[in-house]
Design a protein around this ligand. Structure first.
Ligand code: FAD
Length: 466
């Protein structure tokens, strides 16, 4: 056992939660160490956000070339995989560089908590003990595995699906959530025959039907078969294919493909060797750790952030919580406020939501006005040949304050930040409508949706005066 090291903040896990927490802790003047059992950067950098978005962007480029008859799928996919590896390497290198220059000690190995102020770090049979004043747990999540669909051979999780050596001829995706849709559509654009099996009545079940419709239309145009209201039951593997048996309308069906991709959700890494039982830290039935508004667990010097806590399992949520936790340790009064966490699906067209949607606002009995505008006649959208979709803004009908927004359309992922800022700042639809947006840009659709909402708030006010 090597000599005992002591730090003020120990961060376990180096994903977008952990590395941002370690950076902020060090910037705030605390002696900080970060432990990582695999690769710096976590799921997001290696098998999540970054590689998936690299392949998605490449599939769009290929799709475009195909339209101009300049395409060879095999060659394009090989280039795409190479390009993806390069980006992942650059990002992971960037995380290491940032941590080192901020003075964070990087410890390689798996951390196990032995008591409330001590962890043991194990690597290749060697152990190091480290004592800490505070710990931030950021151990992330892994794909849920079902007994009937064990990953291996022709059964893939998202991790394997991001590193296939060549474009499969056919693929069945179990789960029509955002990961299944993004990866399924990416392969469809490279020419794979894709089927997506979803238990709910529509794919992207977390989104209102009117938002999912333009995406579904494009998925169909990309040749994807969507089988909704269906339950996957078992698979039978053959030498060069795999058959998935499923139940729909109480009848047995089957579909055969080269691979089955299982994207049915993720499981928090709070089990295994982390040692939560050693410190008496409980987890919920789903394995999540409960925290307060400063990301503090029931043990006052232990914090938890990212995918191991409640809320959407998203990289930017993990990074946001990371800063709050580090600041709380430093004695700041920082607290989380989740009212404007953007959700994005990098489908074609993209889908984004921030704040409340119409269903949620109605459930809370908030009187709202809804402003809408379409990309159909937006000059920039026309130039990009991407006219599908619309912007929808929800505002409190009395004050005009923006409380939520959804976008389906080109660059929704980028456009949604303006609406997130509006919610954060308590801006009104009038503020958005009076902001001069450059022409011709996609942002003008936000301005038009806001103008549409302003007209409706004026109507509400007039009616109230009568
Ligand atoms: P992670 O990124 O999971 O990192 C946890 C780290 O902790 C890992 O590196 C792990 O090795 C390490 N670790 C675990 N236990 C220990 C231990 N005991 N000791 C030492 N180290 C340990 N989110 C988005 O916001 N946008 C997207 O576009 C997006 N796309 C995605 C696409 C895919 C295919 C997938 C799978 C996920 C995607 N996500 C996306 C989700 C995003 O990747 C996660 O929400 C994010 O990575 C969570 O960050 P985290 O810091 O909580 O944990």
């Amino acid at each position: 056992m090597s000599k005992l090291e002591s730090v003020e903040t120990l961060v376990i896990g180096s994903g977008p939660g952990g590395y941002v927490a370690a950076l902020r802790s060090s910037q705030l003047g605390m002696k900080t160490a970060i432990v990582e059992r695999s690769q710096l950067g976590g799921v997001c950098t290696h098998v999540g956000c970054i590689p998936s978005k690299a392949l998605i962007a490449e599939s769009h480029r290929y799709d475009l070339l195909r339209q101009f008859n300049h395409a060879d799928a095999a060659a394009a996919f090989e280039i795409a995989q190479h390009f993806k590896q390069g980006i992942v390497k650059k990002q992971a290198g960037g995380v290491g560089y940032l941590l080192k220059t901020a003075g964070v000690s990087i410890l390689e190995g798996e951390a196990r908590l032995v008591d409330k102020h001590t962890a043991i770090i194990q690597q290749s049979g060697r152990e190091q003990t480290i004592s800490f004043e505070n710990a931030i747990l950021a151990t992330g999540s892994r794909p849920i595995e079902l007994q009937a669909f064990p990953v291996g051979g022709r059964i893939l999780s998202s991790t394997e699906a991001l590193s296939l050596p060549e474009v499969p001829t056919s693929l069945v995706v179990i789960g029509g959530g955002y990961i299944g849709i993004e990866l399924g559509q990416m392969y469809a654009k490279f020419g794979t025959k894709v089927s997506i099996l979803e238990g709910g009545e529509q794919v992207l079940p977390g989104f209102e039907a009117e938002l999912a419709i333009p995406v579904v239309r494009q998925l169909k145009a990309d040749g994807i078969q969507m089988i909704t209201g269906a339950t996957a039951q078992k698979v039978v593997q053959h030498a060069d294919s795999i058959t998935l048996h499923y139940l729909k309308n109480k009848e047995q069906h089957e579909v055969t493909a080269e691979y089955v991709l299982v994207t049915i959700g993720r499981k928090p890494n709070t089990d295994g060797h982390l040692g939560l039982a050693n410190i008496g830290l409980p987890v919920t039935g789903r394995g999540l750790i409960e925290t307060d508004e400063q990301c503090r667990t029931v043990i006052p010097n232990i914090f938890a952030i990212g995918d191991i806590t409640a809320g959407p399992a998203l990289a930017h949520k993990a990074s946001y919580e990371a800063k709050i936790a580090a600041e709380a340790i430093a004695g700041h009064a920082s607290e989380v406020n989740y009212k404007a966490i953007p959700l994005v699906v990098f489908s074609h067209p993209e889908l984004a939501s921030v704040g409340l949607n119409e269903t949620e606002a109605k459930a809370k009995s908030i009187p709202i006005v809804i402003g809408k505008a379409s990309f159909a006649i937006n000059g920039r959208a026309l130039a990009l040949r991407e006219t599908e979709g619309f912007v929808k803004i929800l505002a409190d009908s009395a004050s005009g304050i923006v409380i939520g927004a959804q976008i389906v359309g080109v660059e929704a992922s980028t456009l949604v930040s303006e609406l997130g800022l509006a919610i954060e700042m308590g801006a009104t639809v009038e503020d958005l409508a009076l902001t001069i947006h450059p022409h011709p840009t996609l942002g003008e659709v936000i301005m038009e949706a806001a103008e549409n909402a302003v007209r409706k708030t004026m109507k509400v006010k007039k009616e109230q005066q009568i």
